[in-house]
Design a protein. Structure first.
Length: 116
């Protein structure tokens, strides 16, 4: 389930559940936003909506967000939304020819649903 993000009739990003594990009822939310569109709260609002949709209305038990550990802007999104920090995956992704660690955050229905 992937979506494009439009701002002023222009596609500025994408977001979606890149991975879903049906046995554990868990999904991984990923996102990308153009540099010129960052810092406006766009992605925070979109991720909050999708997290609430998954946990409160679709019956998903856990939503996970992984982002490059050194990408502080990307990490601020789950932190701002109240996701809990789980830890790091070492050398989780190859970006521009080098391996980077991922910071892993999660939200679970048993404590997120209180806000729904």
């Amino acid at each position: 389930m992937n979506y494009v993000i439009k701002f002023n009739h222009t596609i500025v990003g994408r977001v979606g559940f890149h991975y879903f594990e049906p046995f554990s009822s868990a999904g991984r939310l990923g996102y990308w936003l153009s540099e010129k569109s960052q810092g406006r709260g766009i992605m925070s609002r979109v991720c909050n909506y999708l997290t609430e949709e998954a946990l409160c209305r679709q019956g998903i038990r856990r939503v996970e967000i992984r982002c490059a550990a050194e990408n502080s802007q990307s990490r601020r999104i789950p932190e701002r939304l109240g996701y809990r920090f789980h830890g790091f995956y070492k050398e989780a992704e190859c970006l521009q020819g080098r391996y980077v660690d991922h910071a892993v955050y999660f939200a679970e229905c048993d404590w997120w649903v209180i806000s729904c």
